[in-house]
Design a protein around this ligand. Structure first.
Ligand code: GLP
Length: 250
């Protein structure tokens, strides 16, 4: 596992965008696993900037997103499809038919999940999976206690996640209680993983995930078992990890 500490959020975003950019340049038709949340916004802006300058093209790139709220349409401002359009897809040359996000309005969520697993297989697997981390250590919507052997599945969101995501909605009542999410197995099958973390409020959980034991109670800890993980964080998010003696590169 490689851990890069950047000075601040902007530098973290730039470093992470560099890694994604390298992947796209080395393999233009790669499959990118993409993530939502506040943390990747800056790196998406950086990718858009490089695309506009002519340094990067996504014309052959395929993408699969980690998760989607159940019950939200793709046009709902808090849906993850909408997030991806507004923060990345609408501003780059990726072909719309090459972008894949789970359907939050699926009539049969189980069938939607099974089809998504098949889609990932048909695409040849994920070359680089981008991840953020929830305050309780969740990755995608794999919540504490979830089975590491799961593929894409229907999730009951925890109180902690509903509380954390409330800031994006008008009221707590509007936060969906369910989501469709890739499972840990899909994520662990990715050839490479890039995780981004930012801010002091993530420092404790980052430390538990990467300086503590691998446990279902901290889903991100499973990444210790993956052969090719890069963690990029700002100083605020990584300082406790460094203090715990885990080697961190500047
Ligand atoms: C959501 C997403 C996760 C994301 C997490 C952290 O719950 N499903 O994929 O990693 O939020 O978000 P943030 O980056 O805003 O802290």
């Amino acid at each position: 596992m490689r851990i890069y500490q950047a000075e601040d959020y902007k530098a973290m975003s730039r470093r992470a965008a560099n890694i994604i950019s390298a992947q796209v340049i080395y393999k233009p038709n790669c499959v990118l696993g993409l993530a939502t949340g506040g943390t990747p916004v800056g790196l998406y802006q950086q990718l858009v900037d490089w695309y506009r300058k002519g340094d990067l093209s996504f014309a052959e790139t395929r993408s699969v997103n980690l998760d989607e709220y159940l019950g939200l349409s793709p046009h709902h401002e808090q849906s993850y499809r909408y997030f991806m359009q507004v923060n990345l897809f609408d501003h780059i040359d990726i072909k719309p038919e090459n972008t894949h996000v789970l359907d939050g309005l699926a009539k049969n969520p189980e069938a939607e999940c099974a089809a998504y697993n098949q889609l990932i297989r048909d695409l040849g697997g994920i070359d680089l999976q981008l991840l953020g981390m929830g305050h309780n250590g969740h990755i995608a919507f794999n919540e504490p206690g979830d089975d590491f052997g799961l593929e894409t599945h229907l999730v009951n969101l925890t109180e902690s996640t509903i509380n954390a995501n409330q800031r994006f909605f008008e009221s707590r009542d509007e936060v969906p209680r369910h989501a469709l999410s890739m499972g840990i197995k899909n994520i662990m099958n990715a050839r490479r993983i890039l995780m981004v973390v930012s801010g002091e409020e993530k420092a404790d959980i980052v430390c538990r995930a990467f300086a503590g034991p691998v446990t279902k109670e901290v889903p991100a800890s499973v990444l210790q078992l993956h052969p090719d993980v890069t963690l990029v964080g700002d100083r605020a998010a990584l300082h406790k990890l460094a203090e715990a003696g885990v080697p961190v590169c500047g």
